[in-house]
Ligand binder design. Structure first.
Ligand SMILES: Cc1cc2nc3c(=O)[nH]c(=O)nc-3n(C[C@H](O)[C@H](O)[C@H](O)COP(=O)(O)OP(=O)(O)OC[C@H]3O[C@@H](n4cnc5c(N)ncnc54)[C@H](O)[C@@H]3O)c2cc1C
Length: 329
């Protein structure tokens, strides 16, 4: 690595590091993107964006702001890396119990929820109720990261390496690896396991969410299905227990006949739910991390905010400011 003092060094090329590199590149600001070349959550993620999530059927945090930013960003990058990365899909949200369905019905008319609900639809066999949610889809995270790496490699601003020392011009996008080193106090990182399947005759026109999991079509009879949450054994090793759990979700959301193509595990970088953070580090350098379970939604908007901060001096809203989170401002 040469001339390193005169450029930003982005440590980690997951969704956070990739988006940040593009935002610096668009501004013509010199940088070097460095990744150790293995592991990371973005490589295993399904890449799904679902505007209304969870048991409580709630809008994702600041969805109306971050979703248009993310979609515009992915549309801008696609021609530059010459591959399709965003696949829009309706989301079929299924309720397993009367209680869950009652909760969904009670939220449908909420002004924060209503814009994302296309309509109530008849529930498939085995489910109590169903609604169609609009605005969702899938980011092909691997295509995005592979395309970005090749693009920046060709421009001489990507290197493989394991960074172990800090410097004032470093921007740490090191995901769960960084949070688990307790750089920002107590973390809530969660391991997740995911299966890639092949199945014939399953519905490939929509994402299905229910029974505590999801089924995302990839095309050509392939699907991603997930996922587990495990807070204690934080490693990237797939387990039989995780596989059994995800297979049960696949049977519930898809059907009994499928072939498992791959079984992966990753660690979601979480500090407080799926609310990301950016900001300067006390010891020098900067960070962009804590994307939680929603990196596809939040990485583009957070990268834009961080580059405005670094280049223009525009401080972002306090909710995403690391200094406020750490109570150090
Ligand atoms: C099973 C599972 C399913 C998921 N599904 C979805 C989904 O459907 N939708 C969604 O939006 N999100 C999903 N997520 C969450 C998503 O993966 C994360 O929000 C996102 O990928 C985090 O990106 P990141 O760039 O912060 O971290 P990472 O992707 O982990 O990237 C960090 C990178 O930094 C590198 N690195 C770390 N330390 C160093 C170092 N010292 N030197 C050099 N390189 C280093 C790592 O190797 C890695 O490449 C899922 C996660 C899991 C585990």
């Amino acid at each position: 690595m040469k001339d390193l003092e005169n450029k930003w060094i982005i440590v980690g090329q997951g969704l956070a590091g990739s988006c940040l590199a593009w935002e610096l590149w668009k501004r013509g600001v010199p940088f070097l993107l460095v990744d150790r070349g293995s592991g990371g959550s973005s490589r295993v993620a399904a890449g799904m964006i679902n505007p209304i999530t969870g048991k409580n059927f709630e809008p994702s945090w600041h969805i109306a702001d971050f979703l248009p930013q993310a979609l515009a960003f992915y549309a801008e990058i696609e021609p530059l890396i010459e591959r399709r990365i965003w696949h829009g899909f309706p989301v079929l949200r299924l309720a397993e119990s009367e209680k869950e369905w009652g909760k969904i019905l009670s939220k449908i008319a909420d002004p924060m929820v209503a814009p994302w609900v296309a309509r109530e639809v008849s529930a498939p066999a085995g489910w109590v109720g169903a609604v169609k949610v609009c605005g969702g889809g899938r980011l092909d995270t691997r295509a995005f990261m592979d395309g970005s790496r090749e693009f920046f490699q060709a421009q001489g601003c990507y290197e493989t390496g394991d960074v172990s020392t800090n410097a004032p011009n470093m921007i740490w996008c090191d995901g769960a690896a960084g949070l688990m080193a307790n750089k920002f106090g107590r973390h809530r990182c969660a391991k997740g396991e995911i299966l890639t399947l092949h199945a014939t005759g399953w519905d490939e026109t929509q994402i299905r969410i229910g029974a505590g999991g999801w089924l995302v079509p990839l095309g050509g009879g392939h699907f991603k299905v997930g996922s587990t949450y495990e807070w204690n054994e934080l490693d990237e090793i797939p387990t039989q227990k995780g596989r059994d759990r995800v297979e049960a979700i696949a049977r519930k959301l898809g059907g009994d006949n499928f072939q498992i193509i791959a079984h992966d595990a990753g660690i979601r970088p979480i500090l407080r739910r799926s609310q990301p953070l950016i900001g300067p580090l006390e010891q020098g350098g900067w960070m962009c991390n804590a994307l939680g379970s929603k990196g596809s939604l939040y990485a583009p908007g957070m990268a834009k905010r961080l580059v405005r901060w670094l280049v223009d001096g525009t401080v972002p809203e306090p909710e995403v400011d690391l200094r406020v989170f750490l109570n150090h401002d």
